[in-house]
Write a protein that binds this ligand. Structure first.
Ligand SMILES: Cc1cc2nc3c(=O)[nH]c(=O)nc-3n(C[C@H](O)[C@H](O)[C@H](O)COP(=O)(O)O)c2cc1C
Length: 402
């Protein structure tokens, strides 16, 4: 990891007491750190401590002749490889989302062209408030990266989501944000969403997959510089930036598209929920209920091809990541699946949980490797899960190339 210039924007939340530890951890990685504080932040952490730790003047006022004369806010914005906002308060994220520039930190955040990473921290009810969630969505759409918050006991006495991520997790996220070209030599093929198997011209059998997990993987791979092809089943999600998308309907169409694109891919991530069965025959017009002789109708289902298995059989030097949606006995079922299929990493979802899996924005997964080892990735936004999966893919690639 190349040393970088990090501008650390500190918001006025109780978690600011962890900022000196965060500064030390960033400096230990070789990064140079300069701090800018909101007026509120200076009530929670001493500017003098941050100045002593970073060896750089700490700025907090926008309309101050002496501070602005030393290094103006536009230079602060321009001279950074990453702007890290920690803790990101509800108020500061609202200012960011709506383009306010009425204090030094928000002005710098509006002016910078560097990637921005926020580490939110607040009371659980502030976090869950629709205003905060809408602001987060706006920021996410604009490419602002996020780490945390974690769930747990909060300083205010409440329990739930709202704790700032630990300094080590923030440093790891900052390093990821700074290594945006780390997959520029990779061609990543991602499948996402559910297939629809027609019964007649208007009806079909499908499943509850939203496609969000696969789309998050495609977006993250593109952000890391990979050339990305996304083969999408039924979903209304917009195409992530810099991703080539192929829409398909049935499992057979998905298989054909995957096999066609496979040749050029160095990484395959199969997040789609492909139907295991399809009706043997689909009527070529809408089946009229008046035309049925009884109240019951029988559909004969036949097995669809196993695309993941076929991809694994032609794997070569590719890294193949499979997904497993399990509702019980998750670890054992996933271990059996990775052995049977022969992929390099299996992402197991417990789809019986309401807060993760199919349509949710968040996911808690287990990452299983061929030797049966399990990594527990606790509940977090699907963009963060995607990032975690691609970190593992990059690690496997690194080990193979070593
Ligand atoms: C003791 C105390 C703790 C606070 N902790 C938080 C917090 O953790 N997160 C948050 O969003 N706001 C918190 N606030 C409210 C912010 O300080 C307030 O919204 C402030 O305007 C934020 O300013 P800034 O966004 O410019 O830093 C706290 C306020 C007090 C008095």
């Amino acid at each position: 990891m190349e040393p970088s210039r990090i501008l650390l924007a500190v918001g006025g939340g109780i978690a600011a007491y962890k900022v000196p530890e965060l500064v030390r951890a960033l400096i230990a990685q070789g990064h140079s750190v300069r701090c800018v504080l909101t007026e509120a932040a200076a009530q929670f952490v001493s500017p003098l401590v941050l100045q002593a730790l970073t060896g750089e003047a700490v700025r907090r006022a926008l309309l101050d002749v002496s501070e602005e004369g030393e290094i103006d806010h536009i230079r602060l914005a321009d001279q950074s490889d990453l702007v890290l906002v920690a803790p990101a308060t509800a108020d500061l994220m609202a200012r960011m989302a709506h383009g306010l520039a009425n204090d030094l930190v928000s002005a710098v955040l509006l002016a910078t062209q560097a990637p921005v990473l926020v580490a939110p921290a607040m009371n659980v009810n502030m976090w869950n408030h629709p205003a905060t969630q809408l602001n987060l969505e706006l920021l996410r759409e604009r490419g602002v990266l996020r780490v945390g918050p974690d769930a747990g006991e909060l300083a205010c006495g409440w329990e739930g989501l709202g704790r700032m991520a630990e300094p080590a997790a923030i440093v790891a996220a900052a390093n990821r944000a700074l290594s945006s070209g780390s997959m520029s030599d990779q061609r990543v093929l991602v499948t996402a969403g559910g297939t629809t198997e027609p019964i007649d011209t208007v009806r079909g059998i499908t499943n509850r997959s939203s496609g969000k997990m696969g789309f998050a993987v495609a977006a993250e791979a593109a952000r890391r510089g990979a050339e990305v092809v996304l083969i999408a089943g039924a979903t209304s999600l917009p195409t992530p930036e810099a991703v080539r998308r192929i829409d398909v309907g049935t499992a057979l169409e998905m298989r054909a598209a995957v096999l066609e694109e496979l040749e050029c891919a160095s990484v395959v991530v199969k997040a789609a929920a492909v139907a295991d069965f399809r009706p043997r025959e689909a009527a070529d017009r809408k089946i009229k209920k008046e035309s049925l002789e009884s109240d019951a109708i029988s559909l004969e289902l036949v097995r669809n091809p196993d695309i993941l298995q076929e991809v694994c059989q032609r794997k070569g030097t590719r890294i193949v990541v499979g997904f497993a949606a399990e509702s019980h006995d998750v670890i054992e079922a996933a271990r059996r699946k990775i052995r049977r299929k022969g992929c390099d990493l299996l992402v197991a979802n417990d789809v019986s949980r309401a807060d993760s899996g199919f349509s949710a924005d968040s996911n808690a997964v287990l990452l299983i490797t061929p030797d049966g080892a399990v990594e527990d990735v606790s509940l977090r936004h699907k963009t963060e899960v995607a990032s975690h999966i691609l970190d593992r893919v990059e690690k496997i690639r690194g080990e193979r190339n070593a």
